[in-house]
Design a protein around this ligand. Structure first.
Ligand SMILES: *Cc1c(COP(=O)(O)O)cnc(C)c1O
Length: 400
């Protein structure tokens, strides 16, 4: 097959003039694992039972998730954000929490809501996850905990991070919002650290509408969290700690429970889409990808490109504009990085985060979901190839 020149666009010709890759906008995400008929029947059952919350669907979801993850305790909550807030609160911390800046800001909000100081660490240019060396450099006497993120579903360096946490004598908690079903080696994410918190909001791998799940190996933590999500009340009307209403409703649990089935197939499909993007787009100079260690499994919650202006010929924002003209919904996850957002600017350790800035300035996220057909993946790739041609990127290998 030809090179990108085969697309046959004159360098000066606007990309839009050849028509768009898609007649209607190709969305970047599409909620998946949503059972239709079963869910409607479940809703009827819930209505008939008159038990709309604190019922059998939440218990069954917790049981099924614990069994799938291979972790003794799962506590369903109304969102991952509240799960993170309550998990940190359950540890009764004071001082600083080390977390990545290249993440969704909810990770940092959970720290801030607990009155703790976020200390941002840099990330690894290959995995995009928090860099253990940067964490090591930020450990002080004030460090209360480490909060790592499995970014886009790619496992963080769990073993190294847990060594660091152990030496420092602090707990480690994971924001696993993207990562339900991911694996570090043979071990499921959800079995690491003091707790791992997953999101079941519509852009994630399991969808509850809104919802989250805390997985932990520790009975006392699970017990505290069950009380905490219920106004702090363990059942005797006399709370030991300040709680919230962070319960998941039966309806949300029924939706998530339906989505648990089929998760393996969806993760496989997402990984095949990732490989398809990579094998095609990897031929374009100045385009590179997040690396997933061969022993691990990413959920591929997102798929991102890094655009190197020098070789590609144009910068990330230019590519973003061109792809939007092609009717492809593309995003910058995550820009601005959290340490540059107005809420967190200048907070904690203010040493520079060069890798975070570098990735955040170059990242483009492309559509990925298990229902995305190969033909659409190919159309997205062709649009990127046309853009590369206009940008003047020089192809090195065979094109599409
Ligand atoms: C989506 C997301 C959250 C928040 O999850 P909710 O369930 O919407 O509260 C937290 N952290 C990261 C990294 C996320 O992407």
């Amino acid at each position: 097959m030809g090179t990108i020149a085969r697309c046959g666009i004159e360098r000066s010709e606007p990309v839009g003039r050849r028509g768009r890759a898609f007649d209607t906008l190709l969305p970047i995400v599409s909620p998946e694992g949503i059972p239709d008929e079963q869910f409607v029947q479940d809703v009827r059952r819930i209505l008939e039972s008159r038990q709309l919350t604190n019922g059998t669907f939440v218990r069954e979801l917790e049981r099924a998730a614990a069994s799938y993850l291979g972790v003794p305790y799962c506590v369903a909550v109304s969102s991952c954000t509240l799960g993170l807030v309550l998990a940190l609160a359950a540890l009764d911390l004071r001082g600083e929490v080390i977390l990545p800046s290249f993440t969704f800001h909810a990770t940092a909000h959970a720290v801030a809501w607990n009155g703790l100081t976020p200390v941002f660490a840099d990330c690894d240019p290959r995995t995009f996850c928090i860099d253990p060396n940067s964490v090591r450099q930020r450990i002080t006497r004030k460090t209360a905990a480490i909060l790592a993120v499995h970014l886009f579903g790619n496992p963080a360096s769990v073993l190294e991070l847990e060594d660091i946490a152990r030496s420092a004598g602090v707990p480690i908690v994971y924001d696993g919002a993207h990562a339900f079903g991911g694996k570090a080696g043979e071990r499921q994410l959800g079995t690491f650290g003091t707790a791992e918190i997953f999101s079941f909001s519509p852009t994630k791998l399991v969808v509850a509408g809104e919802g989250g799940l805390i997985a932990t190996r520790y009975r006392t933590i699970a017990k505290r969290l069950r009380a905490a999500r219920n106004y702090g009340d363990a059942g005797d009307g006399d709370p030991e700690a300040r709680g919230l209403n962070a319960r998941m409703s039966e309806f949300h649990a029924a939706l998530a429970l339906g989505g648990l089935g089929g998760i393996e197939g969806r993760i496989e499909r997402r990984n095949r889409i990732r490989c398809r993007y990579e094998s095609r787009l990897g031929q374009i100079p100045g385009i590179r990808f997040q690396q997933i260690c061969a022993a691990n499994r990413s959920t591929c919650k997102d798929f991102s490109l890094i655009v190197e202006e020098q070789q590609f010929g144009r910068n990330r924002d230019w590519l973003l504009g061109v792809l939007r003209q092609e009717n492809i919904d593309v995003r910058r996850y995550f820009w601005p990085p959290v340490h540059r957002q107005k809420l967190y600017r200048g907070m904690g350790d203010t040493r520079p985060l060069p890798v975070t800035d570098y990735l955040s300035d170059r990242v483009v996220n492309l559509p990925i979901y298990s229902s995305l057909p190969d033909a659409d993946v190919d159309l997205v790739c062709e649009a990127v190839f046309r853009a590369a041609d206009v940008a003047g990127a020089k192809a090195t290998g065979a094109g599409l």
